[in-house]
Design a protein around this ligand. Structure first.
Ligand code: ADP
Ligand code: MG
Length: 240
């Protein structure tokens, strides 16, 4: 796997009076789980779309290793975007052009093997989220982009899907860029937190999460790190 450098000098929407992103630099280490935390409307989705190559109207560069190119991505959107006329398995296989044996292993880890022939309308929201995570992992991306994927789940379901995501990521390490505005969620997931300012979006702080993966099952460990973080980095408070 390769490190990725993102340098966006300027992104201004044609209809906007000022830049949405200005002089934003991010380095993604291979197989690192990064959470991006920033206020609503600061440009997080815009950034993911640029990295994905869905938006090419910007000034800047993206380097994958030494190459000026876009990384191969898996994208988990806020809405799971499953095709209603395809089964769970078919929705996943649709993105693959090679062998499909990987799908069985992914369904197993995400506890969806029993539901692989069900249609999306039969799935709970938590199950649909798990399908869209599998679909993103299945392509073996260089970066997995996740845009507030657990936003409308109730707390116990969000926690379950988060734990399954981490289990999958530990079995199949990938570079992940996960957007959230929930600091507890970010601490539960990330190797490194990147805090972003309101538009024009810039990096305010980068903080490595020192809690071991096994300790993160404890709500108490997460909450105490959150308190400590807010105390030591007052600049973060206004971004939440
Ligand atoms: P976030 O994901 O952090 O909530 P977005 O990237 O969706 O923020 O939006 C950042 C800013 O860019 C917002 O002010 C939004 O209104 C604006 N914006 C987003 N998409 C477009 C667009 N297609 N055209 C014009 N302005 C847009
Ligand atoms: Mg967004």
């Amino acid at each position: 796997m390769t490190d990725i450098q993102i340098n966006i000098k300027n992104k201004t929407y044609p209809t906007a009076a000022k830049p949405t992103i200005a002089n934003l630099k991010l380095s993604l280490n291979s197989e690192e789980f990064i959470c991006l935390v920033g206020p609503s409307g600061c440009g997080k989705t815009t950034l993911l779309n640029i990295i994905a190559g869905l938006d090419n109207d910007y000034d800047g560069e993206i380097l994958v290793g030494q190459q000026h190119t876009h990384p191969k991505i898996g994208y988990v959107f806020q809405n799971p975007r499953l095709l209603p006329w395809r089964t769970v398995r078919e929705n996943i296989e649709l993105v693959l052009d090679g062998p499909v044996d990987v799908v069985d292993a992914l369904l197993e880890v995400m506890q969806l093997a029993q539901s692989q022939h069900a249609y999306p309308e039969r799935l709970s929201l938590g199950m649909s989220r798990r399908v869209s995570i599998i679909r993103a992992f299945a392509v073996d991306p260089e970066v997995l982009l996740m845009d507030e994927p657990f936003v409308s789940l109730d707390a116990p379901t969000a926690r379950q899907v988060r734990e399954l995501l981490v289990k999958l990521w530990q079995q199949r390490p990938h570079t992940v860029l996960f957007v959230t505005h929930d600091l507890r969620e970010a601490i539960a997931l990330a190797d490194r937190l990147i805090f972003l300012s309101a538009a024009p979006m810039q990096v305010v702080s980068e903080i490595v999460v020192p809690i071991s993966r096994s300790e993160r099952h404890s709500e108490l460990a997460i909450e105490s790190f959150r308190q400590q973080l807010l105390q030591n980095h007052p600049e973060i408070k206004q971004l939440l």
